[in-house]
Design a protein around this ligand. Structure first.
Ligand code: MG
Length: 203
């Protein structure tokens, strides 16, 4: 499996990092070794001094597809959860300045904690899902999928032009504003519609 992560999908977050809202959707990938499941701990990597959390709604692909049309996109995913797109912001900043790829800042081992995944039918409207993240008990990010610049169906249509989607792939849909640093000892708790879905401690 692979992870496809969407960048700058919430206008307010793009602004907070000083980025323009892109005309074209931005995506990047993380490998299978990035996944952390079952509320596993995150070990702070020694190559960064500025790891940030980005809390994102995640969905899982259930059908192989390429060049998927938006109107059929909802057949290609069946589950939704929440995850953290850990980012070594210092490395990313350096890469951006030099016009180099981001992989070492985004794709490192353990950089993609993901919650249990629940059937999309459990949601009245996948384009209106509230989610929050508490860092050490304090709410630091709040989002709703209605604020995504590209919704889930659009993302499937866009990404599948370039990359074949396969069963089990995870798509991270971008973070709302409020990203920030984590440090060793922090506890992340992520919620969908008030239900605690994910716990991740930074070790
Ligand atoms: Mg992200």
């Amino acid at each position: 499996m692979k992870i496809i992560a969407i960048g700058r999908n919430y206008a307010e977050h793009a602004k907070e990092l000083g980025n323009l809202v892109p005309e074209k959707t931005v995506f990047f990938m993380k490998p299978e070794t990035a996944v952390l499941k079952n509320n596993a701990d995150f070990y702070y990597p020694n190559f960064s001094k500025d790891v940030h959390y980005e809390t994102e709604i995640v969905f899982q692909i259930c059908k192989v597809g390429k060049n998927i049309e938006k109107e059929f996109a909802n057949r290609y995913y069946d589950k939704i959860g929440i995850g953290i797109d850990f980012t070594a912001r210092d490395l990313q900043r350096e890469s951006k300045e030099k016009g180099l790829p981001w992989e070492h800042a985004k794709a490192f081992d353990g950089s993609a904690p993901v919650s249990k995944l629940i059937p999309k039918e459990n949601f009245a409207d996948v384009n209106n899902i509230n989610f929050t993240m508490q860092l050490n008990g304090e709410t630091v990010q709040q989002g709703n999928t209605k604020d995504m610049i590209n919704n889930i169906d659009s993302l499937i249509a866009f990404v599948s032009q370039y990359v074949t989607l396969k069963i089990g792939d995870l798509i991270y849909t971008g973070t709302p504003k409020g990203v920030g640093q984590v440090k060793i000892g922090d506890k992340i708790e992520a919620f969908i519609e008030g239900d605690k879905m994910l716990v991740c401690e930074v070790k």
